[in-house]
Each structure stands twice: as structure tokens, then as C-alpha cells.
Design a protein around this ligand. Sequence first.
Ligand code: PXP
Length: 242
Amino acid sequence: MTHRLRLGVNIDHVATIRNARGGDHPDPVRAAEIVAACGGDGITAHLREDRRHIRDGDLARIQAATGLPLNLEMAATDEMVEIALAHRPHAACIVPERREERTTEGGLDAAGQHNRLAPIVSRLADAGIRVSLFIAPEERQIEAALRLRAPVVELHTGEYAHAEGEQRALELRRLSDMAALAAKNGIEPHAGHGLTYDNVQPVAAIPQLAELNIGHYLIGEAIFVGLEASVTRMRELMDAAR
Ligand code: PXP
């Protein structure tokens, strides 16, 4: 039987709206509490170098607010490693980060950056943090994750989400093949980026995937239907696809 697919909800954009006015409303902690109450399996937050959404002070508050595991998305920098070690989230997902990008645009080049990533992965792992690498669905990146001994990879679904027709089918195939390759090698595959009600189901149907991380669409939908309703609907679609 296919195991249940976990849903990690990325609450960054609650903080984006909060920061637009510089005050403390809407509070991402309240979003985390709602996610916990309506069946989300984890909270994901990306502490960016420029602090454009989640801020340092949010992390401990998010961790204290719910019993859900926190998946901290972070760049591979000394500053972020220190913050991760101080907060000890359940998981740390290492992502590429460029200041000028609107969102995380591509996967981490785990293959090209082995020497830079290796000490970071070990320091996080030694602290008991489950390390995940946000990579493109490519064989050489899975192989690099294996060499780095990362227990988890998150496959970047952006190319799939933006493609249409035959190209989308091709991208889905890549995700499915790489999820299978990761699982075969003992790496737990996750996926995320750009997922919506319309495109989530073919990804959710990939049997090896253990977790999806979804943010922008859920928070955007929440403006119209509320966060509980948007998370609940996504959960239903994911379950129906399994
Ligand atoms: N997973 C990772 C590693 C990400 O960087 C992001 C975006 O911050 C997401 C998932 C969620 O993507 P989206 O906001 O497009 O759902």
C-alpha cells in the first residue's frame, strides 16, 4: 500500500503580507496553529538572507506554537547554519538563494558544490537535524545527495508546474523517475514548488514521495476561502490521488 503523503505548509507569505505594513498582523504563528488544527503535517518556513518574509524572531514562536515539525528552508551559509543549530528544527532544507530572485528559482547544485555543502550537511546532521536538499529532478543531483549522505531530497516541481502539454508529461516523468531512484537508494523523496489544486494530483500520485511542501498557492487561496479551507482542500486532493 502507498503510504500517506505528508503535507508541509509553507507559511512564508503570511509574513510577506505582515511585513508589507511593518506591524505584527497577520501573524504567521496564527497560520501555523490553523495548519496544525486542520490536518497539516508540518510547517515550512524560509528564513531568507534579506528577511523578506519570515524573520529570526518568528522561528521560536512558530516552534512553540504547535507540535508540528518545522522544516527550515535555508541557504548554505554560515549565518543560516548557526541559526539552524540554535533552533534545532526537525528538518533543514538547503536551497539555493539569490537576493534578487522573486522565489527559489532553481534547484541546488549539489553535484557542483559538494565541498561547500559537505561540512554544512554534517554539522546539521550531527545536531540531529534531518537534512534535505532542494534539487532539480536529475540523476546527477540524486547521486550527489547520496555522496553527501543527505537523508532527504526535495524535488523541485517548478519546471513541471510551469510546463504545458507534452512538456508537462515529460517533467512529470522526470519527477517520477527521480523519486524512484532516490527511494531505491534509501533517500526519502519530497517535492514542492508551484503546486496548486490543478497540478498537484499527478505529483501526489508518485508512490515514493513522502511529503509535499506547498506555500504560495495555499496562502493565496486562503485570502478567498480561509486557510483551513485551502489546506483541507489540498489535503483531499492529495489523498484522492494516492
Ligand atoms: N519547497 C521549497 C524548498 C521552496 O523553496 C518553496 C518555496 O519557498 C516551496 C517548497 C513552496 O513553493 P510554493 O510557495 O511555490 O508552493
